[in-house]
Design a binder for this molecule. Structure first.
Ligand code: ADP
Length: 493
């Protein structure tokens, strides 16, 4: 038998991609299409599900056409996706009845506020680990049912199906034979009880959603269905599925309690493996299912920083400080320190652990000596201060004090940012050899299900470090810098 390959579908907010991996976890080929966002009015964010489907199909087919021999040896397909994004479709026609409502969409803010006023948040958090926020799927589904003509009656007749993007793609790839999702995607709907690992009747009642709409929830490695031959020229199994951040946790092989992965892209998402016991956060972090294998659940705590690389984009595009984000590094190291300048990049509110949706960004500590180098440095330093805020909250919530942080995302190409992160956290930072950790995580799951890998240990052994940064800063300097940040955040709040 020739070497097995794994095809990973990575359906993200900004693009739909397919990546072919070999067994060693190396990338053989990537195909991708940018996916436009639709903004029908302020705070609303949608995507066309037919684009999501067509682009995903195109990316997979393009890889198979380019590598016909390797395509014959694909052992299994893995899917990872933007989480929470909500699609409702008609089971008879297979057509969505409304656009995909994207996770960023805020249209259901009032519904969430009303439910909070009824005192329901604590109960909901106790079951789901999440906060009562428009971000998650439940209120988006209810909005579709209450807005689209006849939708509620159709749902009550069992004609409508709900799914996150993974579920919708699987439905289409299997020609409607399977309506399934995985536990990590289910965990982000506000309808799934992550303690009992079941759809929760009480939650369905609160959000007024008929149970018949929901997909069956499977482990991350499972028989998700067979892709029908018309799509890729032959029948192929879908063996692994996970939401994007959880897939990255797996791609970074964070399999032991206390291990952390932190992704610095447009925003930053940090997840810490907390083992097999659910813990409710006291610091407005999220508790979520990290993964479930052979029916055994591993939990994670999650913190989101809304603006990470987006702050660098803002300096580039709005202030014209540089033409390319990578120039920010030379600019930051052209000055010895921040000279008292702090940049709190709360352009879209402050995320964990503050959760202040109304907060606005601020640059403070400016003097006549301040230059764009100081402001750029402050933007990069902010990544580290925000991560330290999160790590403190993780530890207060009963997480472990991590030994090391495994980082990925576009910003880790900035060596200044990585070193400063290591200095502020006083921990080593490791950057993996394969940076596409999200797609790799999905491929690993598919490979586990297909028997390409023997277990998590087999995967953990394959993780390899491309670059590492060690802390190299006096405690006094670190404390002084962080105090400056905390003062800046206090002023802003
Ligand atoms: P996403 O997956 O969210 O689209 P990426 O992981 O591709 O994001 O990271 C892109 C972000 O990283 C951009 O916001 C960009 O400004 C930032 N970025 C990329 N390279 C650098 C660099 N060398 N220095 C600073 N920021 C960078």
């Amino acid at each position: 038998m020739s070497d097995p390959y794994l095809l990973s579908i990575d359906q993200g907010t900004t693009s739909s991609r397919a990546i072919l991996f070999n067994k060693a976890g190396n990338i053989i080929s990537v195909k991708q299409k940018e996916l436009p966002l639709i903004y029908p009015c302020k705070g609303w964010v949608e995507q066309n599900p037919e684009d999501i489907w067509a682009d995903t199909l195109w990316a997979c087919q393009a890889i198979m056409t380019e590598h016909p021999d390797k395509a014959k040896s694909i052992a299994s397909i893995g899917i990872t996706n933007q989480r929470e994004t909500t699609i409702v479709w008609d089971r008879e026609t297979g057509k969505p009845i409304y656009n995909a409502i994207v996770w960023q969409d805020r249209r259901t803010a009032d519904t969430c506020a009303d439910l909070k006023e009824e005192g329901l948040e604590s109960k909901i958090t106790g079951k789901t680990g999440l906060l009562l926020d428009p971000y998650f799927s439940a209120t988006k589904i209810a909005w579709i049912l209450d807005t689209v003509d006849d939708a509620r009656e159709m749902a009550e007749d069992g004609r409508l199906a709900f799914g996150t993007v993974d579920s919708f793609l699987i439905w289409r790839l299997t020609n409607g034979k399977r309506h399934v999702t995985d536990v990590t995607n289910a965990s982000r709907t506000l309808l799934y009880n992550i303690k009992t690992q079941k759809w929760d009747k009480g939650l369905l009642e609160i959000f007024d959603i008929p149970e018949s709409m929901l997909p069956e929830v499977l482990d991350n490695c499972a028989d998700f269905g067979l892709v029908q031959s018309q799509h890729f020229g032959r029948v192929l199994p879908i063996g692994g599925v996970a939401g994007d951040q959880q897939a990255a946790l797996i791609g970074q092989a964070c399999f032991a309690p206390g291990m952390v992965k932190s992704t610095y892209g447009t925003g930053c998402f940090a997840l810490m493996n907390i083992g097999d016991t659910f813990k409710k956060s006291k610091n407005r972090l999220l508790t979520t299912t990290g993964y479930r294998l052979n029916g055994e659940t591993t939990y994670a705590i999650e913190g989101a920083i809304f603006v990470a690389g987006a702050a660098i984009q803002w300096l580039r595009d709005n202030l014209n400080f540089f033409e390319d984000a990578s120039e920010s590094e030379a600019m930051a190291v052209s000055v010895a320190d921040n000279n008292g300048v702090y940049f709190v990049p709360a352009f879209t509110g402050l995320g964990a652990p503050y959760w202040e949706p109304e907060a606005q960004a601020m640059i403070c500590g400016l003097t006549r000596e301040s230059t764009k180098a100081h402001i750029t440095r402050a933007a990069l330093e902010a990544q580290a201060y925000q991560t330290l805020d999160l790590m403190d909250a993780f530890v207060k919530d009963g997480g472990h004090d991590p030994d090391v942080i495994r980082a990925d995302g576009g910003l880790v190409h900035n060596a200044f940012m990585c070193q400063f992160l290591s200095d502020m956290l006083d921990k080593p930072i490791e950057i993996p050899a394969v940076e596409e950790t999200t797609a790799l995580g999905a491929a690993y799951l598919a490979g586990l299900q297909a028997g390409v890998y023997n277990g998590l240990d087999d995967i953990a052994e394959r993780w390899s470090c491309a670059r590492a940064y060690s802390p190299d800063m006096e405690e006094e300097t670190r404390d002084g810098l962080y105090d400056g940040w905390l003062t800046a955040v206090e002023r802003l709040l």
